[in-house]
Unconditional design. Sequence first.
Length: 383
Amino acid sequence: MRRSNGASRQSGAVLIIGLILMLVASIVAMSSMRGSSLQENLTASVNNKAISHMAAEAGGAAFWDWLQNRAQSPSDWGQRDNWKDEWRNNPIPTTAGAANNVGAYGYYWVDPTEVSWTDERVTVRVRGQARTPDGSAELAETVVLLRFDAPIGSGGHSAFGMGLFSDDLIDIRGNANFDGNVHSNGNVSVTGGNNSLSRRTSVTASGNADVRGGDEGQVVGDAGVVEVPSASDYIDANKGGAGVINSCTIPSGDLGGAVYYCSGDLTTSGEFSNVTILVDGNVTHGGASQLGGEHGTTLTVAIIAKGDITVNGRNTTYGVFWTDGELVQNGSSVLGGSIVAKGRIRRNGVFNYVQYDDFGTLPLPIETARPATISAWSEIIDY
């Protein structure tokens, strides 16, 4: 009987230990399952957040690409009311219901009410989401705040505000009457003995400035060098533009803002206004004429040549004259406006120059000191 009782007690202990071990194993198994499920949920959450973040970043990049292509200069930005809504739907959707655009489950959009424009900058909120495979339910969302500052520039290339400007020599062999600024990256030589400089006139040269008999104004040598834009590059970039008229015959009258392209040399005469003329060769303008339309108050004629520009006869001529060659004036006349020459500016006789720098709507190049820039790009955590 004692053996039987001892064996029973021993069997009961084994049973209890076995039950305890089974309970512990069950608890460990259940904890492992719960941990695995939690890990899966955490992984899915991190993955969905990453998808929504990538979508928002992609939407921001799409807006920035569009803005860079559209607002390349200060004048573009100034006309933003004409194009500031062009981003809508192409390339950027405006609602959350659009088709996926980043991978299989990523979506981005910009609500038009979350875009604000000023003269200095544009501020944008881009929303990105991760969704279920059928696109019906949101899994995660990221909001990115973007701020882009407007480009800064002079509103026109600084060379065109220099007045009478040569990258070489300005050589006036006779009396000169200057009512406006004169600059040469070389020397200025005005050898007439009875020259007239108005009070607003400043004659500067990177080399020597020799103006004999000037009664007012300033004459300064050893001045700085100013960059001269390339007329040839401008012509090549614009001669194939929409609406450009391929002709070496320029009619008289108000030409309504037309752009003409002449592939050879060009000879003009008579009166015409509101026109830009691009010439691969040389330009000769002669005969009694009045160019520029409004007698020097607003410049409405631009003659841009790869070769030389020569003005003959008794003309009263106002405009923008831009050449990669020389500018030569023959005959007693008034030549006014803005003159930019890579070569020499020459005059044999009385020279009358009046500066005007109201360029109206002439399509001159813009000098951009700073393009549009990104000033803020960050995720909004609490919104």
